[in-house]
Structures are given as C-alpha cells and as structure tokens.
Design a protein around this ligand. Structure first.
Ligand code: ATP
Length: 250
C-alpha cells in the first residue's frame, strides 16, 4: 500500500510472509501517561536482516527498541498495547502475553546502547561477564568464547595482547565494539543497537559498519541511527518514525 510516497509498513498480513518473519508487530502502540509516542505499527522483519529506524529527536525511536526486550518496563510509567511476536529458534513467542522471564528474553534479544558502557574491569572480564552471571565457570572454555566474541566484534586483533588490561582504557570505538562482543556472548538471536556510532569518530564508525554485515549472519539486527548515509550503507530495510508511526522509507 503506497502512502504519502512511502511504503506504509506491511498493513496486510500474509500468513506465508508472517511465517518467515523473525519480528512481527501488530497494532503496536506505546504511550507515557497520556502521551502517545507511536501507534498502529504493523511490522514484519525477516531473519538475518539489518533494519534501521531513523526519525527526529524525541520521536520515540529508543523507546521503540526497548519494546522488543521489555526494557522500558524497568523505567516505569509506560504502556504498551498490541502484539509483539518474536520467532526464536524454538518457536514463536508473544512477549507480552506469554510468560517469558525478562532475563531469558534479554538473553535472546541483546542490546547495545548509544554510549559505550564498559564495566570497571578487564577486557576479558567485561566480555565474559554475561556468561559468568549465568553461572558459567569453565576457565578454558571461557577463554575460547571470549576470543570468539571479540573476533565477531572485529576487536580481537587489537586487544589480544592486553586482555587483562582495564577496558576503560580502550578508545571509544573499541569500547563500543567491546560492548557488542559482550552482547554477543549470550548468542542473541536479535540484536538491538541504539545509535551505536553516534559518539564515535568517522574511523570508529567505519569499523562498526564493517562488522554489522557480519553480525546479521547470526542475528537479526534492529538499529536506530540518525545518520542517513550510514543507514543507506548498512541497512537492508529502512523505516522512519514520524507522525507517531513507522513508515518504510527504503
Ligand atoms: N521514562 C519515561 N517517562 C516519561 N517519558 C519518557 C520516558 N522515557 C522517555 N520519555 C519521553 O519519550 C519521548 C521519546 O523518547 P525516545 O528517547 O524514545 O526518543 P528518540 O526518538 O530515541 O530521541 P533521540 O533521537 O533524541 O534519542 C521523549 O519525549 C522522552 O522525553
């Protein structure tokens, strides 16, 4: 359906299409108190794609991302309505109607934030942290998994000689790739990236963009970005959040 020169996000649901989708929303709406941030969002995203959301500041892009891991619930005051279905390896889950603990949801749906947030500990411990928290204790295996995650995040070669050094000494771009490596440790099926390059210089942005293409081999990536050029370079699907809804723009 053509709407205002743009494609309105899949309004008609085709069952075959839905059966192949990784992320499906129907009549998704979100409000804080009485203020509606967005509504009427019917979205279908296939597996192994990079979907980017752009739009003006304050439109609700970051909030939209937090709908998929229910992170907004930690801040209180919001209200979601409609349906969010996520197709995990073991089946389709309605994340607001079926009982799925937040910790389990967030293991499957990883998130990386705008500002890198390394923990005050070594590079190795930062990356190992989510698995340690989940009770994983085998040292040799952990070293292997940490290396694997750092390689996926295109960081291993730069830090392999200083894995025990404090992660906060890394550059901003390296810290952001470290945060991506940390998110990858739990092997998420969906990765939410909230403006992952906004605080980085052009060279660091380029490195993150390079690794995004690799990431979609293992995850479906839903990202927010302010940079139209970047979005055109990296995303398979582009949406704009405007007029309290989501419009497909490419
Ligand atoms: N916990 C909260 N309670 C009430 N309002 C909130 C809360 N969190 C965010 N908001 C409001 O929701 C609106 C959307 O915020 P959000 O951060 O999702 O927008 P955004 O499009 O990502 O903006 P930006 O591009 O500037 O990061 C803003 O007006 C913000 O003030």
């Amino acid at each position: 359906m053509v709407w205002n020169g743009c494609w309105r996000v899949a309004l008609c649901f085709d069952n075959d299409m839905a059966s192949a989708s990784k992320i499906i929303t129907r009549s998704l709406a979100f409000s804080y108190d009485k203020k509606t941030l967005f509504e009427s969002i019917d979205l279908e995203l296939p597996e192994h794609c990079i979907a980017a959301v752009t739009g003006p500041s304050g439109a609700g892009k970051s909030t939209f991302l937090t709908v998929f891991n229910r992170l907004w619930q930690e801040f209180g005051g919001g209200n979601v309505s409609g349906t969010v279905l996520l197709r995990f390896a073991d089946g389709l889950v309605d994340i607001y109607r079926e009982h799925l603990p937040a910790s389990e949801l967030r293991r499957r749906v990883g998130m990386v934030f705008q500002k890198p947030n390394p923990l005050p500990m070594s590079i190795h411990k930062n990356v190992a942290f989510p698995l340690r928290l989940a009770g994983h204790r085998k040292r040799g295996e952990m070293d292997h998994l940490v290396e694997k995650a750092l390689r996926k995040a295109h960081l291993f070669e730069e830090v392999k000689d200083r894995l025990r050094a404090d992660a906060r000494a890394l550059s901003g771009g390296q810290q952001q790739r470290l945060c991506i490596a940390r998110a990858l440790m739990l092997e998420p099926e969906i990765l939410l990236l909230d403006e992952p390059t906004s605080s980085l210089d052009a060279r660091s942005c380029g490195k993150i963009e390079e690794l995004l293409d690799d990431l979609k081999q293992s995850c479906t990536v839903l990202m927010v970005s302010h940079y139209q050029d970047q979005v055109r370079r990296v995303a398979d699907l582009v949406f704009e959040m405007t007029d309290q809804t989501l419009i497909r723009s490419a």
